[in-house]
Design a protein around this ligand. Structure first.
Ligand SMILES: Nc1ncnc2c1ncn2[C@@H]1O[C@H](COP(=O)(O)OP(=O)(O)OP(=O)(O)O)[C@@H](O)[C@H]1O
Length: 228
């Protein structure tokens, strides 16, 4: 569960990216975050994953209260979530398989379990045949799916996905949402930032719209699993 109460984020250069944001996202929800470029969407995600720290307000994520959480607890908090970054952040010198396996190795999982689980998530994102490729040999959409496989591999409570800006192929985004819907159906909370209104309109999900640092609309808590 995510709770924001009166959250404000001002960057060191004086830009206020979020102003007094209040919202709750329950476990198991699927939420789209929309808004124009520079509205504050990535900042919202960065506060959730604690890549940035709020200047004011209270944030609680998956049982962790950020105002009292110790620095050493941050890695435990992060293990409750899988993150798909806007710029993918794959390791260029590792194969697709190893990029995904790496996220499991750092948790100390046994090699046999790693092989099994990595194969499973690569199959789920449709990339079994690319397991031995290097990230540079993949298309943008394929790299994004490796990022999703890596985010899922430790079976997190929640997946947070920041869609790449710029030239996104609408079909690629659609495929990504279908995959995330499938993951959500299995019980994982999903938050996805998207720049495509048309995409959001194709799926009947909760939509939070951010404009100039404020939540200007929120379709509210909806039953998941109600579309498709
Ligand atoms: N590290 C930073 N330092 C200073 N200002 C920043 C920083 N990151 C973001 N901003 C500013 O904060 C505001 C919100 O940015 P943010 O990246 O959250 O927007 P966004 O909605 O994700 O945009 P986009 O759709 O283009 O990715 C913008 O005015 C941006 O210029």
């Amino acid at each position: 569960m995510i709770e924001f109460r009166g959250v404000t984020k001002t960057y060191p250069n004086g830009t206020t990216a979020l102003k007094d944001v209040n919202l709750t996202i329950e476990d198991g929800e699927f939420v789209f975050i929309v808004g124009s470029s520079g509205a504050g969407k990535s900042t919202f995600l960065k506060l959730i994953i604690r890549e940035e720290v709020a200047n004011a307000g209270k944030i609680r994520v998956n049982g962790f209260d950020f105002s009292t959480m110790k620095k050493r607890d941050v890695p435990y908090m992060r293990r409750t979530m899988g993150i798909v970054f806007q710029d993918f952040r794959l390791i260029p010198k590792m194969t697709v398989f190893d990029n995904v396996a790496f996220a499991m190795r750092v948790t100390g999982a046994p090699p046999r379990q790693i092989r099994k689980r990595v194969s499973k998530v690569l199959a789920l994102v449709g990339l079994s045949h690319k397991a031995r490729c290097m990230p540079g040999e993949l298309s943008g959409g394929e790299q994004q799916r490796v990022g999703l496989a890596r985010a899922m591999v430790n079976n997190p409570k929640m997946i947070v996905a920041d869609e790449p800006t710029g030239n996104i192929d609408p079909e690629r985004s659609f495929e990504m949402v279908k995959l995330l819907s499938e993951i959500n159906r299995r019980g994982t909370t999903v938050l996805m930032v998207t720049h495509e209104r048309s995409l959001v309109e194709r799926f009947d999900r909760r939509v939070i719209q951010i404009d100039d640092g404020s939540v200007i609309s929120d379709t509210g808590v909806k039953e998941s699993h109600e579309d498709e």
